[in-house]
Design a protein around this ligand. Structure first.
Ligand SMILES: [Zn+2]
Ligand SMILES: [Zn+2]
Length: 162
C-alpha cells in the first residue's frame, strides 16, 4: 500500500504546483520579481537564447532539490522524495508546454492541435497581450478558464468583440 501513497503524494504535488506556479506568477513575477519576468513579456529585452525569466527554473529547483536531499537522507521523511519528484515532473510539463509548445523555443510539437492545447495557447496568448507588470490575466498554465475553450469560429467572434 505504501506505493499507492507515494504515487498519490507525487500526483497531488504535480496538481498543487499548478496553484503554486499560478500564485508565484501572479504575485511574485508580476510583483517584486518583475525585473526577472519582464523580458518574457518584452522579448526585445532578452539577450540571445536565454531570458532572465529562466532564472525561475533555478528558483523552483531549490524546493525540489531540498525535498530529494531530506527525503533520501532523513529517517521518516522518505515521503518527501515524492514531493521532489512531483515538483520535477511539473517543471518538465511547464517547460514542455510553456517554453516548447507555446513559445516554440524548440520546434518539437508544432502540429499539436486539440481543444485543450488550443485553450492553453489562447489563455497564455491572452496573458502575453499585456507587456506591463500590471493588468495581465491568465497566470496559470494547465488550468484554463472555460472561456478559452470552444470552437475556432466561436473564438474568432469573441476576439473581435473584445
Ligand atoms: Zn507573466
Ligand atoms: Zn509565456
Amino acid at each position: 500500500m505504501q506505493v499507492v501513497l507515494y504515487i498519490a503524494i507525487t500526483l497531488l504535488t504535480v496538481a498543487g504546483m499548478e496553484f503554486v506556479a499560478w500564485a508565484a506568477h501572479k504575485y511574485l513575477m508580476h510583483g517584486a520579481l518583475w525585473i526577472w519576468h519582464e523580458d518574457h513579456h518584452r522579448p526585445h529585452h532578452k539577450d540571445g537564447f536565454f531570458e532572465k525569466n529562466d532564472l525561475f527554473f533555478l528558483v523552483f529547483a531549490i524546493p525540489s532539490a531540498a525535498s530529494y536531499i531530506i527525503g533520501l537522507n532523513v529517517d521518516g521523511w522518505f515521503w518527501l522524495t515524492f514531493v521532489g519528484i512531483g515538483i520535477s515532473i511539473y517543471g518538465l510539463i511547464y517547460f514542455l508546454i510553456h517554453d516548447v509548445y507555446i513559445h516554440r523555443r524548440f520546434s518539437w510539437f508544432r502540429q499539436l492541435d486539440g481543444k485543450y492545447s488550443r485553450a492553453i495557447l489562447r489563455a497564455h496568448g491572452h496573458h502575453h497581450a499585456v507587456t506591463e507588470k500590471d493588468g495581465a490575466e491568465s497566470f496559470g498554465l494547465l488550468v484554463v478558464a472555460k472561456k478559452y475553450f470552444g470552437k475556432r469560429s466561436e473564438w474568432a467572434d469573441e476576439k473581435t468583440k473584445a
